[in-house]
Design a binder for this molecule. Structure first.
Ligand code: SAM
Length: 272
């Protein structure tokens, strides 16, 4: 018997019209839809007139949910995977299912569509030929700052997901660790009624967030310009070393050592 296909289907990130006709057809034709939160997905599916049965597949049950879905695929049924919003597996569950399906020789195919990271990058107005997707930064302040320090010398554009209750804190950390003058664009509520884009320096974006509480509401993607590389890469290397030494040493001492090792000017590593 031929095995079924596992369809990984993107759903909208806000605007229901972004569910493509092809995605709708696939969701209608499969035997079952594995959804991150079945209650969340029901209104979307009802809106598109899709009555396919749902099963839950989320970060807490993915381990157990894989085997029964695999059995159904092996028995010839087609299965779709969706998440609450956008593209499954992008800061969303599904990786275990996709990996297991591939390992068992099951065909995995895509019905691509909305993804907040790509939507944000495509309208941020920052270099987009090469970029780094960071997903969510660590929730705890110390771990988040450590991660940002490690990223401070990254020369590619960074794409970061952030939630409303941490957006101001995250922007403050970015100002401090990347330098307040670094260019960025903060995209909020993409494809929704209150979509906004604050494109400026990190300092100016923080000021806008502080002065208007409405700007702190909703869902966010932070797109941040990469560090400017000097001709021989000394600054980037210096920032990388500084970030590592900052874990163990006071900032000024870390900067002095990083400058000595890399040849980058000390002032460019500490205090910009
Ligand atoms: N899989 C999704 C995708 O393809 O973008 C991402 C899921 S992740 C759990 C949710 C995060 O994506 C939000 O916290 C926010 O950072 C970002 N996001 C999702 N929808 C968004 C929107 N309409 N506007 C801005 N950011 C959004």
């Amino acid at each position: 018997m031929n095995a079924g296909i596992l369809w990984v289907v993107a759903t909208p990130i806000g605007n229901l019209e972004d569910l493509s006709p092809r995605a709708q057809r696939i969701l209608r034709e499969v035997s079952v839809i594995a959804a991150e939160d079945t209650r969340h997905s029901k209104p979307l599916l009802a809106h598109a007139g899709i009555g396919t049965p749902l099963v839950a597949l989320h970060e807490h049950n993915e381990h157990e949910a894989v085997a029964p879905l695999l059995q159904r695929l092996q028995a010839g049924e087609h299965v779709a995977l969706i998440s609450d919003a956008g593209t499954p597996l992008v800061s969303d569950p599904g990786f275990r299912l996709v990996r297991a399906a591939r390992k068992h020789g099951i065909r995995v195919s895509t019905a691509p569509g909305a993804c907040a990271a790509i939507a944000a990058l495509s309208i941020a107005g920052l270099p987009s030929d090469r970029f780094v997707f960071e997903g969510f930064l660590p929730a705890k302040a110390a771990a988040r700052r450590r991660r940002l320090r490690e990223l401070s010398g990254e020369t590619r554009t960074l794409v970061i997901y952030e939630s409303a209750h941490r957006i101001l804190e995250c922007c403050g950390d970015l100002c401090e660790l990347f330098g307040a003058q670094r260019e960025a664009c903060l995209l909020r509520e993409l494809t929704k009624l209150h979509e906004t884009a604050l494109g400026d320096t990190l300092q100016a974006i923080r000021a806008r967030l502080e002065e208007d509480l409405n700007q702190q509401r909703g869902e966010f993607v932070f797109v941040v310009a990469g560090a400017v590389e000097d001709d021989d890469g000394r600054l980037v290397e210096g920032r990388r070393i500084h970030a590592l030494l900052r874990e163990e040493l006071p900032p000024a001492q870390a900067a002095r050592l990083a400058a000595a090792i890399s040849g980058a000017p000390r002032r460019a590593l500490y205090g910009d």
